[in-house]
Every structure is written in C-alpha cells, then in structure tokens.
Ligand binder design. Structure first.
Ligand code: 4AD
Ligand code: MG
Length: 479
C-alpha cells in the first residue's frame, strides 16, 4: 500500500488522527519549548507544519529513550524526515491543521555547512547551477507539477477527440524540417583516423543518422491510416541560438489529421491551447496562484505584461484568437517600422520583436498568422493558388512569440516533387513520404506545440531553461 502524501494528509479533517509525515525539512524555528518544523514532500506547493513540544516529550522519541537531542540536532533544512504524530486543528493563520509530534526519525540529514539551499530566496541563475536540487524549492516544485499536470491534459484532450497516441522514432535518417540543424548519431569515434572512402558504410546504421527534429513526417503516414494521431516526444535541434526561448532538446506535441484543411488545423490549435489554459487554472490551481503572485508575466525587473498570470490565462481561454495573414501582419508592422530593430519586410521571417508587437500591441492576446511566403517555410507545406504563399499557420502569444507552428501538407505528388527538387533535397530518401501522395492521398494538416514554450506561457517563467528539469543548450549538458 502507498502511504498518504502530505497533500492527502492536509485534506483530512484535523480530528486527532494519527499520521506519519514523510518529506524534507524546509524550515525549522524554535520558540521556548516548541520547535516548528515545516515539512514538504513535493506533492503540493504547501507543506505541513509539525510542532514538537519539548515539555511533552517523555525524554525520547515515541517513548524510546535517549535520542531526542541527537534527532533534533539533525533536523536542519534539507533533511529527510519521518514524523509521527496527531493531526490537530492549528491555531496559526493560513493553515487548518498541523501535526503534534510524538516521534521523529531522520533517515538522511543535510549538513547546514554544505547544503546549498539554506536561504529562502535563491536566484534562478544560482538554482540552474544546482539543477539536481532545485525541484526542492517552491518555484521548481511548482514548475514540475504544472509540467506533469499539462502533459496529462494533453493526452486527455486528444483521447476525447479520437486521436491515437503514436511514438515516432528518435533516431532518423531524414531532416523533417529541411533546416539542416541536426545532431549526428554515430558509433564511429571522431578521434580515430577518418576513412572517407568507406562513407557511412562502417557506421552502425550503414547510413547517416540523426536525432529527430520532428516526428511530423512519420505522423503523417499514420494519420493517413488512422485518421487522427498525435505524438508527444523529444525533438533535437542544433541551432546555436542562445535565447531564452530555444533549447537543443525540447518536447513537442504534434497532432496530424487526415481530411483536414488549414482552417480545421487552426480550429484544433485554438481549442487545444484553450483547453490547456483551462486545465492549468483548474488542475494546477495552487501552483498557478503561486506563479500569479510571484512571476506575473514580467521579467522580474518590473517590465511585464501587467496583467497577472491567472487573468491572462482566463482571458486567453475564453476569447477568440485574432487571425490575420502574413501579408496583413507585415502591413500592420510597417506602420510602426520605426520602433523595431529589424525593419519588417514582406518575404522576411517575422522577428521575435515583431511577434511580440502583433500579440501585445495589436491583438492584446494570441494571434494566428497564416499564409507565409513559401521561401521562409518548410518544403512540405501546401502551396496557395498565388504560388507565392503556403498554407502555414503560426500561433503567437504575448511575451513569447511563436508557440505553435503548423500547416496543411502538400498532398499533390507533382507539386511536392517539384518543390523538393527546387530545394535540392535528396528525393530518394523520402520515397516513403512521397508514396503517401501516390496511394490514397488526401488533404491533411497538423501542427507542433513546443511543450516548454507552453509551460513558459502558463507559469510566466522568463527563461526556457527553468521549465525543463535538465536543460540542454549549446555548451550545456551537465547532469
Ligand atoms: O515551427 P516548428 O519548427 O514546426 C515543426 O517542427 C513542425 N514539424 C510541426 C508540425 O507541423 N508537426 O516547431 C514547432 C514548435 C515551435 O512553434 C516552438 O514552440 C517549438 O516547436 N520549438 C522549440 N522549442 C524550444 N526550443 C527550440 N529550439 C524549438 N524549436 C521549435
Ligand atoms: Mg516554426
């Protein structure tokens, strides 16, 4: 049987029940004969207060003689404890119940001289260097619970709508985005003398292999068999962009639907995000209230969206996302060209400052931008009749910019082949992808949501390195 967690104990009514609290000490305060120990096991933001009364102690733990003084000395911040006692009504404000302690065991102490998390408020930068311990703080415990809660909400959303969850390969030989920023996977020793004449023949897969940048192409094949599928897995990109929105390893959710247009895709993306915002507010209420109070959309230096996290999520979950074409977006941006570092210009990709402007200044909420120039988008997107733009859609949100990228896929064999040739792609290695357009081809669409960007938006955390347990970025792969 699993023992009750602190969140379970906190939900009991304090009617003198016997309980055992297992967790880690956050703080210890002494007042005359009373010792107050705040214990948290990470099951919720709130811990539970345990009160030890020296006067009532019979000289030992649970009556066992002798070890009280030793045990109390080991009860520092960070120590692992098992505390037995009675759940009683608490006289203190802000909590209904506390534990009147009868016995304490300390399976693992945490010496105060060396335990890094002594102070109550450490900077996020300090904690990033100690990523193996940071989940023991309020902030990172809350991030971890919101991640877990929203991962569950992702599966629930798709399950309710007939999407099958599929696993796409992590090792692949194709570049799904055609962007070239891939990590090589090889068993060859780069330090051993290279034998270029043997090519990839001597390597494990007998061909060039990489870590996947996206599961989309494989998801398309299953969508054209199961109608609606989605993936939820890691993606790897060797972009050397050292920004607060990019990781080298991130998690992406990619739904793919057969018999679906770009409009269907946008509707799904909007419903999906709204349901996740609602899930955050409902399923992670205590943690969201914490972020609302401490991280409300600012950069920590007073430059923020102004509104609180909860209010922002509530508004985004209930109002219609603004939709505009890329051409309309550029026209809007050109009106304020002076306020940008990069001049907005038709044909160039939107910079993050442009995306922020569209969402924060023009729309005051999420925006879906459609019909981008084909030159700045991936090879697989369906061409519009103007032959200049493609059926792409990006969902942009305030503070972050792009959170979702998606499109209707080119389902015409000739058009897709021609596009791949124009881009100089090796068509041979995509023979199976082209087969989808040979046999039972059908309009189909999908998108990718960056899970860490979602968590950034929902928690208000500024740096993407703070919403994944162990961030990987250029020059950073510790832990
Ligand atoms: O726009 P992207 O590159 O689209 C795709 O990968 C398509 N195959 C998706 C599809 O249609 N099935 O990436 C999708 C999303 C972005 O909007 C962003 O949220 C996230 O993935 N993303 C990253 N997140 C963190 N670090 C990075 N380096 C990211 N690159 C993309
Ligand atoms: Mg994109």
């Amino acid at each position: 049987m699993l023992f009750p967690l602190v969140r379970d104990i906190r939900s009991l009514s304090p009617e003198n029940q016997d309980v055992t609290v297992r967790g880690w000490v956050r703080t210890k305060r002494e007042m005359k004969n009373l010792i107050f120990v705040e214990v948290n096991d990470g099951s919720s933001l709130s811990g539970i207060q345990c009160v030890f009364d020296r006067e009532k102690d019979g000289g030992g733990n649970d009556g066992a003689a002798g070890n009280t003084a030793e045990t109390l000395a080991a009860l520092g911040t960070g120590a692992a404890v098992e505390i037995r006692g009675r759940l009683v009504p608490s006289p203190a404000a802000g909590q209904d119940a506390e534990v009147a302690v009868s016995g304490i065991t300390v399976p693992g102490s945490a010496p105060a001289e060396s335990y890094p998390l002594q102070k109550k408020h450490h900077s996020l930068e300090f904690l990033r260097e100690r990523a193996h311990l940071r989940a023991r703080t309020n902030t990172f415990g809350a991030v971890a619970r919101v991640r877990s809660g929203l991962a569950f909400a992702v599966h629930r959303f798709f399950r309710e709508r007939g999407f099958q969850y599929m696993h796409t390969p992590i090792i692949t030989s194709n570049d799904a985005e055609g962007a070239g920023s891939m990590f090589r996977v090889t068993t060859l020793d780069p330090l051993a003398s290279a034998k270029p004449e043997s090519g990839y023949g001597g390597d494990f897969f007998g061909r060039a292999a990489y870590l996947t940048v996206s599961g989309q192409l494989e998801a398309e094949t299953y969508a054209c068999a199961l109608s609606r599928v989605y993936t939820f897995g890691p993606a790897f990109r060797a972009e050397n962009s050292n920004t607060v929105r990019h990781l080298a390893e991130f998690w992406m959710i990619e739904p793919e639907m057969a018999f679906a247009s770009l409009e269907d895709d946008m509707d799904l993306a909007e419903d999906f995000l709204k349901s996740l915002f609602t899930a955050a507010l409902q399923d992670c209420a205590e943690d969201i209230a914490f972020f609302d109070k401490h991280f409300s959309g600012g950069d920590g230096r007073g430059n923020g969206a102004g509104k609180g996290i909860a209010e922002t999520l509530e508004a985004a979950a209930t109002s219609k996302f603004v939709r505009m074409t890329y051409t309309e977006a550029v026209r809007e941006l050109e009106k304020s060209a002076g306020s940008f570092e990069y001049r907005p210009c038709w044909g160039r990709d939107l910079q993050s400052e442009h995306e922020k402007f569209l969402t924060e200044k023009i729309a005051g909420g999420p925006v879906i931008v459609t019909s981008y120039p084909r030159e700045i988008k991936a090879f697989y997107m369906k061409m519009n009749d103007d032959e200049k733009t493609v059926r792409a859609m990006d969902v942009l949100v305030p503070r972050l910019g792009e959170i979702i990228g998606g499109s209707q896929r080119e389902d015409d064999l000739q058009k897709l082949s021609r596009r791949m040739e124009e881009l100089g792609m090796k068509k041979d290695s995509y023979w199976w992808y082209l087969d989808l357009r040979r046999y039972g081809s059908v309009p189909h669409s999908g998108f990718g949501l960056g899970f860490e960007r979602l968590i950034q938006y929902v928690t208000g955390m500024i740096n993407i390195r703070d919403v994944i347990p162990y961030p990987r970025a250029a020059g950073q792969a510790e832990f």
